[in-house]
Design a protein around this ligand. Structure first.
Ligand code: GLC
Length: 564
């Protein structure tokens, strides 16, 4: 067994800085707010913070539209604040992980402004330009991920440019070596600042196919989701190996790439010694409601059969990394709904649901990623009108649902479930004004439940979601179960059970068992090997072996006596 690296032995916490803590009264969170809460994060066993983008940005997609890859947006503070955050983090053993958004830039980036100014400009071929079809229409029928055509017309050049995401996020042309070098230089700038790693955004789109052709329409708008046309185009790994060589290699950092659509079978090419990255976010467990691609209107919503399917994909990904590679374990991020709604019916007890996910997150094999507010068990929101939503994809998907003939109410229901704003409401610190997030007017409303779901309240309650996370973080990193949880192998148990997820971790002479009941009914189970095991953690007081109450989770440890 290889010696584990530092990032394999810690929890990572994802901060959405805009919603974390506002120290100026501006209504948006800032870097000093993150620095202020480092000690809080330490209580969750956090050794690295993934900061979603804090670079200068027009904020069309909340920072994923970057106008300067080596600056700090004034709304977040200054470069000096960033340096202080890095230094203060380091003092506490917490390293910063920057988000590299390299598939595209903002349309306000000087490179794009120049590129769009004329076909003879210095940056002319830094983006993806194509002529119109003979009838003047867009070069292909690809739909951008946020809805609407993936092409926007540019008068000055009399050409269209491609954008996988919003119109304000033109795709960079990775075929141009100067573009690649400029991006590597920017990443190296952050390495020189002392960051501990990178999360690499939307990386599966950087390589475009040689020919651009129309796809079979997947909806009434006559378009096809661009993902199915350009994701993971052959040749992509050549770019990525160069990226590794010029940036990551030889540094004591970790890289985790957002790679929707990379199946566990292909993992070897992407991660580990022969691959490019240390970890990959793959989304098979996040996409269970999307059997027909990414359109929200075609998603299934919660159905109880999500649980056997969740078990299956989680098990497959655990097994995929058994020999090589390492996965981040995650159930939430800034693009997803809150997990208490994802894997549970609307009627489920939210606290139990949150703890069930905590038990799974903190005992599977891999590096646990906790998303801001997940440790409090935060819930989705459901605002009245589409205008109340900030998330650009909510607007695009709402329009698409209407275009497909849904009523406004139906379209809103879809937005309620899938809006990315569900995860972006301000962090709930206190019972006071604006949940202690801001003395000003928060950029997005605070969830109405903040008076009883906030750090201030939950820290005082022994049975709160926060206390459970802290207990599990301690289990994972210190004490008798730590070795097993960090390096133990994984075996699925009760495979055929439709509502209990159960697995065993094993290392040396110890085993740790996790059992989670995802159903609203009490469930009995038979697991003779549990005899003699000791209870380590329970999500509801007074658990008993052999049966689980609704949404209950338990964790046991057992000494096997033999060094297997
Ligand atoms: C990734 C990010 C998402 C962003 C998109 C475009 O999927 O996680 O928030 O909108 O890329 O950069």
């Amino acid at each position: 067994m290889k010696e584990l690296k530092w990032w394999q032995k810690t929890n990572v916490y994802q901060v959405y800085p805009k919603s974390f803590l506002d120290t100026t009264g501006s209504g948006t969170g800032d870097l000093n707010g993150v620095t202020e809460k480092l000690d809080y994060l330490k209580t969750l066993g956090v050794g690295a913070i993934w900061l979603t983008p804090v670079y200068p940005s027009p904020m069309v997609d909340n920072g994923y539209d970057i106008a300067d890859f080596t600056g700090i947006d004034p709304s977040y503070g200054t470069m000096a604040d960033m340096e202080r955050l890095i230094a203060e983090g380091k003092r506490r053993g917490i390293r910063m992980v920057m988000d590299l958004v390299y598939n595209h830039s903002s349309n306000q980036h000087p490179w794009f402004i120049d590129s769009a100014s004329s076909r003879d400009s210095e940056h002319s071929d830094w983006y993806i330009w194509r002529d119109a079809k003979p009838d003047g229409s867009a070069p292909t029928n690809w739909r951008s991920i946020f809805g609407g055509s993936a092409w926007t017309w540019c008068e000055a050049r009399q050409q269209y440019y491609l954008h996988t995401f919003a119109e304000a996020q033109p795709d960079l042309n990775w075929e141009n070596p100067k573009v690649r070098q400029a991006l590597y230089d920017a990443a190296n700038f952050w390495l020189d600042k002392g960051v501990g790693g990178f999360r690499i955004d939307a990386i599966v789109y950087i390589k475009k196919p040689a020919e651009f052709v129309d796809g079979e329409p997947d909806s009434d708008d006559g378009m096809v989701n661009i993902h199915s046309m350009i994701a993971n185009t052959p040749g992509i790994l050549d770019f990525l190996h160069e990226f590794k060589e010029k940036v990551f290699e030889g540094h004591d950092i970790f890289t985790v790439a957002e790679a929707n659509g990379i199946e566990p079978e292909d993992l070897d090419k992407w991660v580990g010694d022969q691959g490019v990255f240390d970890m990959l976010f793959e989304f098979s467990h996040m996409n269970l409601e999307f059997p027909h691609g990414e359109l929200w209107s075609q998603a299934t919503g919660y159905t109880p059969d999500i649980i056997p399917r969740l078990k299956k994909v989680l098990s497959a990904s655990q097994q995929a990394t058994a020999k090589n590679g390492w996965y981040p374990i995650f159930f939430e991020n800034h693009d997803q709904m809150r997990c208490v709604k994802h894997y549970f019916p609307a009627t489920a007890d939210r606290k139990r649901a949150a703890k069930a996910m905590a038990a799974s997150l903190m005992t599977l094999r891999g590096t646990p990623f906790i998303y801001e507010g997940q440790e409090l068990g935060l819930d989705n929101v459901a605002w009245g009108a589409i205008e109340d939503y900030n998330d650009i994809s909510s607007h695009g998907q709402y329009e698409l649902a209407l275009a497909e003939g849904r009523t406004a109410d139906e379209a809103m229901e879809i937005v309620h479930r899938y809006s990315r704003d569900n995860a972006r409401t301000p962090m709930q610190w206190t019972k006071g004004k604006n949940a202690g997030f801001s003395a000003g007017t928060p950029w997005l409303p605070v969830h109405e439940d903040y008076r009883w779901q906030c750090v201030e309240s939950e820290a005082m309650e022994d049975d709160s979601v926060l206390s459970f996370y802290r207990q599990l973080a301690a289990l994972r990193h210190t004490g008798e179960a730590a070795g097993v949880l960090q390096q133990g192998d994984y075996t699925e148990l009760l495979q055929e059970d439709p509502s209990i997820m159960a697995f065993k971790r094993h290392f040396g002479c110890r085993e740790v068992y996790t059992l989670v009941n995802f159903s609203g009914q009490e469930q009995d189970y038979k697991l003779p090997e549990l005899a003699g095991a000791k209870l380590l953690a329970e999500s509801v007081a007074d658990s008993s072996q052999g049966s689980l109450r609704p949404y209950e989770a338990v964790i046991y440890i057992k000494e096997t006596g033999e060094h297997l």
